[in-house]
Design a protein around this ligand. Structure first.
Ligand code: ADP
Ligand code: MG
Ligand code: ZN
Length: 632
């Protein structure tokens, strides 16, 4: 049945329901004609006037009060309930007596005939006949639901299924449109997965040699690096079905749903073998057991247990490969990594320059590029970007090019997209008071000048005093650091100095200071603290890790009462060391900015004039003799 058919079904159902309701109400009505119009008083009156010729009384355990039917001479039949049956009978008998007395006395009676009084037992209504309408209704509803369910299963073309007695979640894909050519870079990772592809293509080959193929492959890497893509590509290469579900789909409100979903998933996999089962975000179910902040983790444990049971359950070479993705291996339950489960781990890292260029090539395949767009150059300036970021960047560029009515994507589009991806959309239309603009201009100029003058940070990519979508009044963007470069103590100090640059510039120029530097101060403090507690960069405290790894604990909810691993005195020392580093950086940054106050003025003026300046324009502010300072 298609959608239209289902709709017609609903209409029919409603019509039927209305008919039944109507019939039922009619049935109820017919048994209670003028039940409430007639009453004891009227009975008494009719009796006295001699209108009643028959009194029928029905009574049994079901109607203990008794139902009275008073039939009048004119053929009317009046029914009413009476609480005291004896009273009714007595009154009728009295009337008869009275009449007889009057007859014998020769007087004219109210009635010349006796009132017939019959006491009847109401034939008891069987419970079944009472319930019949409801039973019929129930059957109709059930039939209807069944039909709907069948039609729903038919309509999905097998793509979605009724899953775990709840919303359809699992996807079975059979279109093999993603293969390894769509996955750029990741050469080694692809090679590692090659044997799995080979196995899925021809499991027999491996079985004959008694080789044990891994049941599970865990893809580990930061978000957006192409884990999902890689898993899909494996199924595409091997041309086997791809069953996917997200780990968070297992964790439901209802206890037991997760486990039953796991069971369904593997039952489906067995039917589709050879195939790939892909569990995205597996950390949602496979966290270390016994962790979590009370409530709700029982369900997760059940789900995890079921997953382990299922993975142990199917044979080694049955042709089901379970792939899972996560960006947090450290929080996974160790049981999941044991042999026979996810015993193969493929680390999908951030792409290097070459990888980024390849990814850019894949994502500009269908986009016309102008001659001025150099993918190698873009790859060079986007260190730290993952595949998803690059895809997003080129997509934004294409949108901007279309908005500017260009037939090709050109460099300005890419540049603008880069800023958009980096700091969010610029809110050019937002009205900013002149004073705020001036302060922002000096603030950003302060950051930018330090980026430029300090040896290990920068270079500046763009400086702007256009408010951004994220709520910043302006921004100074630097080119990302080169790949795989260590962060040094000098760099961290320089980072702190740059962070202070904004506030110091404000202090140097204006009498008052603003709250605009709060984020800068926060970042600087974090950097300084981790220098002391994490990287052993303070001689006074030595090479000791003082991190209480708070984040992880809150996240996992383990050892809630966990105490600090160092004494109070040490805490005081840490604080004083952090303060010392911050003070030194502040003094140094202030000295540099004071020395270059001319440039600070010029930079701020230029910003107020243009709103945004790029790296080249910014560098032109510095004369030739402004060399780079020595290492700090
Ligand atoms: P993950 O699962 O690791 O979070 P995805 O596989 O969902 O990341 O990647 C998101 C998107 O980023 C993909 O759909 C693809 O467009 C792009 N992408 C990521 N890595 C690559 C890559 N190596 N080659 C091509 N595109 C990639
Ligand atoms: Mg993913
Ligand atoms: Zn700032």
């Amino acid at each position: 049945m298609n959608k239209q058919g289902a709709f017609r079904g609903i209409v029919w159902f409603l019509v039927l329901l209305a008919l039944i309701a109507f019939a039922y109400s009619f049935w109820v009505r017919s048994t209670s004609i003028d039940l409430y119009e007639y009453n004891f008083t009227k009975y008494q009156k009719d009796l006295a006037e001699g209108k009643i010729n028959t009194v029928l009384i029905k009574q049994n355990e079901e109607i203990p009060t008794g139902m009275v039917s008073a039939i009048t001479d004119d053929g009317g039949r009046h029914e009413f309930y009476a609480s005291d049956i004896n009273e009714i009978i007595r009154m009728a008998e009295e009337q008869n007596l009275l009449n007889q007395q009057m007859l014998s006395e020769g007087k004219r009676p109210v009635r010349d005939q006796d009132i017939v009084i019959t006491l009847g037992d109401v034939s008891r209504q069987s419970t079944f006949s009472q319930m019949l309408p409801y039973v019929i209704l129930l059957i109709i509803i059930m039939v209807f639901m069944f039909v709907m369910m069948m039609s729903m299963q038919g309509s999905g073309g097998g793509k979605m299924m009724d899953f775990g007695k709840s919303r359809a979640k699992m996807m079975v894909e059979n279109d093999h449109d993603i293969d390894f050519t769509k996955v750029a870079g990741l050469q080694e990772e692809k090679q590692e997965l090659e044997e799995i592809v080979d196995f899925l293509k021809d499991p027999g080959k491996y079985c004959k040699l008694g080789a044990r193929i891994p049941k599970g492959v865990l893809l580990v890497g930061p978000p957006g690096t192409g884990k999902t893509l890689l898993a899909k590509a494996v199924s595409g290469e091997a041309k086997v079905p791809f069953l996917s579900i997200s780990g968070s789909d297992f964790v439901e409100m209802f206890v037991g749903v997760g486990a039953s979903r796991v069971r369904d998933l593997f039952a489906e996999a067995q039917r589709n073998a050879p195939c790939i089962v892909f569990i995205d975000e597996i950390d949602a179910v496979a966290r270390k057991r016994g962790s979590g902040l009370g409530g709700g983790h029982d369900e997760r444990e059940q789900t995890l247990n079921q997953l382990l049971v299922e993975m142990d359950g199917f044979g080694v070479n049955e042709g089901i490969i379970v792939m899972a993705a996560t960006n947090r291996v450290d929080i996974l339950d160790p049981a999941i990594l044991r042999p026979g489960r996810f015993d193969r781990k493929v680390v999908v890292g951030r792409p290097d320059v070459k990888g980024r260029e390849d990814i850019l090539k894949v994502h500009t395949d269908n986009k016309p590029l102008g001659d001025d767009v150099d993918l190698h150059e873009i790859a060079r300036t986007t260190s730290g970007f993952v595949g998803a970021d690059l895809e997003n960047l080129m997509n934004e560029a294409a949108i901007l090019a279309a908005k500017n009515n260009r037939a090709y994507i050109q460099k300005p589009d890419v540049d603008q997209a880069f800023i958009k991806v980096g700091v969010g959309t610029e809110k050019k239309s937002r009205l900013v008071p002149e004073k705020t603009k001036r302060i922002t201009a000096y603030h950003e100029a302060g950051h930018a000048i330090l980026y430029h003058l300090l040896p290990d940070v920068g270079p500046v990519y763009a400086v702007s005093i256009i408010p951004t979508g994220e709520g910043a009044a302006g921004y100074t963007m630097r080119l990302p650091q080169n790949d795989n470069e260590f962060t040094t103590k000098g760099m961290m100090r320089q980072d702190i100095m740059v962070d202070f640059g904004g506030r110091i510039a404000e202090e140097l120029i204006f009498e008052d200071i603003t709250t605009g530097a709060s984020q800068d101060i926060k970042v600087a403090t974090q950097t300084a603290r981790s220098m002391v507690t994490k990287y052993g960069m303070s001689e006074k405290l030595g090479l000791i890790n003082y991190e209480s790894s708070d984040e992880e604990e809150v996240f996992l909810g383990r050892d809630l009462g966990h105490a600090k691993s160092f004494s109070e005195e040490t805490a005081v020392q840490i604080d004083s060391e952090v303060k010392r580093i911050m003070d030194e950086c502040y003094a140094e940054a202030r000295r540099i900015l004071e020395e270059h106050i001319e440039i600070l003025h010029r930079c701020a003026e230029l910003l107020l004039e243009r709103d945004r300046i790029d790296g080249k324009e910014f560098e032109r502010l510095f004369g030739q003799n402004d060399g780079i300072l020595g290492s700090i």
